[in-house]
Design a protein around this ligand. Structure first.
Ligand SMILES: [Zn+2]
Length: 281
């Protein structure tokens, strides 16, 4: 599946940001959510859009696109505890101060490319996982703050993490944060909530508890996770045809919070009350 089909809203956002002067691409981007592999693909795609010398299409065969797909582009670097370490660096479990110093040194010289640094965790088998305060410690993160906040044309930092709170507030506050939904949920099937939740933006505040009760009633035949997943799929479907309406991105993030509450065993009625109170305004 092409990335633009899978994440229509994010792809659209970045494509717009890359082509308009009014909304410049943020220098520091943070992706969060459960699906780290998709985050990594998305980060690579951003790097590709920034470096493509052709039409930026999904199938572009220009040298930059080709290199980035092969993970051999000289200016697109994955920074993890096992990637891009200086030779004298024997740290094995963290992104080190020496790696941060190497990045700063790299930025001293000019480049014909748009440099993209993708910060994440990766194991020896190549599985991507998220940054946290164990693998990306405060000392290293803080040593990067200056270069993250100083506007430098042609440089983008991307941080990948599962939970936004796993990163230091100093990084979060300097970054534009995007929730990336997990790919398992994106089958766009929302049969379960048909007739109950459709066109939810037409509901008024007085309808909230009635709607919440109807959603709770659905949990007699389905699990609360299934109902929430169905709600999320519905919002993703709506977003697909309304990619400029950013409130839907926010609503997807809120359903993700509800899924977490379901995992923690919160009562369905409370989960749906919370959700409906936040998305119906
Ligand atoms: Zn290209």
């Amino acid at each position: 599946m092409l990335l633009s089909d899978k994440y229509p809203f994010l792809t659209n956002y970045f494509t717009q940001a890359l082509t308009s002067d009014s909304r410049p691409l943020p220098q520091s981007i943070l992706f969060y959510g459960n699906d780290l592999e998709s985050q990594y693909i998305l980060a690579t795609e951003v790097a590709r859009l920034l470096n493509c010398k052709n039409d930026k299409s999904d199938n572009c065969e220009c040298l930059n696109c080709k290199w980035i797909r092969e993970h051999s582009h000289p200016a697109v670097m994955t920074i993890s505890r096992i990637d891009n370490k200086p030779e004298d660096d024997d740290s094995k479990t963290v992104i080190s101060i020496k790696q941060a110093a190497l990045i700063k040194e790299t930025l001293m010289s000019a480049s014909e490319f748009h440099r993209v640094f993708i910060f994440c965790d990766r194991d020896e088998e190549g599985n991507i996982s998220g940054l946290n305060q164990t693998n990306f410690q405060a000392e290293t993160a803080n040593s990067l703050l200056k270069i993250i906040e100083e506007p430098q044309p042609g440089v983008t930092f991307i941080f990948l993490t599962r939970y936004i709170d796993d990163l230091l507030p100093t990084i979060i506050s300097r970054s534009q944060c995007f929730f990336v939904p997990s790919k398992e949920g994106v089958n766009y099937n929302y049969d379960i909530i048909k007739g109950v939740f459709e066109n939810y933006w037409d509901f008024e505040r007085k309808d909230i508890f009635d709607l919440s009760q109807k959603l709770t009633d659905l949990t007699k035949e389905h699990t609360v996770t299934e109902v929430l997943q169905s709600i999320q799929n519905y919002i993703l479907t709506v977003l697909k045809s309304n990619p400029k309406r950013s409130e839907f991105i926010d609503h997807i993030r809120l359903t993700e919070e509800s899924l977490e509450q379901a995992r923690l065993g919160m009562k369905p009625i409370n989960i749906f009350d919370n959700l409906c109170l936040k998305i119906i305004t």
